[in-house]
Design a protein around this ligand. Structure first.
Ligand code: GGG
Length: 325
């Protein structure tokens, strides 16, 4: 049976890098692609950033490829993650040969809680002077993330994981997160250590080899993975997978990059590596490895987009990757 892949480019460079990822998927397999709108542009036209049919498509497709969300991120990417029942956002950040990285020894994977924390949407403007946000942390979500982390560590070549938190200040919410994650690791016999997330931000810059798999609350995972992008050569390189029990959505970590949107010069690597994660998730292991190795080859030998010091266009890089498949 041909798998149906929902394609939601979103805004800005999402419109340029998502077709690049589709081109790569078409080169390695037979899939049925169904495209749908979401984001600022559709909101301007219809008043709705995430049309119901896009939500339903993501919920029913075998997998979804998403591009980027801009101003309407909260109304687009959070509900889309919900549509696929995602509870973890997997964000690998590794340095590639040939890429000028601040820290070439970096090889990290962030496992970010994907349903709650400060992204649960409970914000209120209570007066002219006062706005509030309710942070939600449940044991069920923390334990589910920890179970995933234990399986991820067992299946991969990892010694254990580090849980990054700020439980010395947010004693109740991060305290619960920390306690639940460490308890599951102990129960499962998986090595887990812990670090305060602010200290992590320093230590990962000074000595990234100290860390491997990093389990984080939602916002911390968003911020710290972007920080790690800075260590490996930029946001154009980081893919991600939003994994649920039965469904999943794949997207580059970067946003819409309005400064270069529409110029055809965005780096498609993160979107194409997200497609490699999609292939792996659907069981196309060999195809996923082929894409990964084609991307690695192009990063090493070029062509390169401007963010990596080159002059190539999105299409030049995509064609070079497809040629290597
Ligand atoms: N493709 C990722 C994207 O659109 N990022 C924009 C953004 O604000 N994301 C928030 C998040 O990942 O939670």
């Amino acid at each position: 049976m041909t798998e149906e892949i929902a394609v939601v480019p979103g805004d800005g460079i999402g419109q340029e890098v998502t077709p690049a990822a589709v081109e790569v998927l078409e080169a390695v397999g037979e899939f049925e692609f169904t495209e749908a709108d979401a984001g600022d542009a559709v909101k301007d036209e219809t008043g709705e950033a995430l049309p119901e049919e896009t939500y339903e498509l993501a919920a029913s497709a075998d997998a979804t490829l998403f591009g980027a969300a801009g101003e309407s991120a909260a109304d687009v990417i959070l509900p889309l993650r919900e549509a696929v029942g995602s509870f973890v956002n997997v964000r690998p950040a590794r340095a590639y040969p040939g890429v000028d990285a601040l820290r070439p020894e970096t090889d990290l994977v962030f496992l970010r809680e994907n349903t709650e924390g400060v992204y649960s949407g409970h914000e209120n403007r209570l007066s002219e002077d006062l706005s509030t946000l309710t942070r939600v942390v449940t044991s069920s979500a923390s334990e589910r993330l920890a179970e995933f982390a234990c399986e991820y560590v067992a299946e991969g070549d990892h010694d254990g994981f580090t849980v990054a938190h700020k439980a010395n200040v947010m004693r109740e919410t991060d305290g619960r997160f920390r306690e639940d994650v460490l308890a599951v690791a102990e129960e499962r016999g998986v090595d887990a250590d812990e670090v305060l997330m602010d200290a992590f931000a320093t230590h990962v810059c000074l000595d990234p080899e100290e860390f491997g798999v990093v389990v984080c609350p939602n916002l911390a995972g968003d911020v710290l993975s972007d920080l790690a992008a800075g260590l490996v050569g930029g946001l154009g390189l980081l893919p991600s997978a939003n994994i649920g029990e039965e469904n999943a959505l794949f997207e580059p970590v970067h946003g819409t990059a309005p400064d270069i949107a529409g110029e055809g010069v965005a780096n498609p690597t993160a979107a194409i590596l997200s497609a490699a994660m999609l292939l792996d998730h659907l069981g196309y292991d060999e195809e996923s490895e082929r894409v990964d190795s084609a991307v690695t080859g192009v990063l090493e030998e070029g062509p390169r987009t401007a963010d990596l010091g080159g002059e190539a266009s999105t299409e030049d890089v995509t064609s070079a990757i497809v040629d290597r498949l």
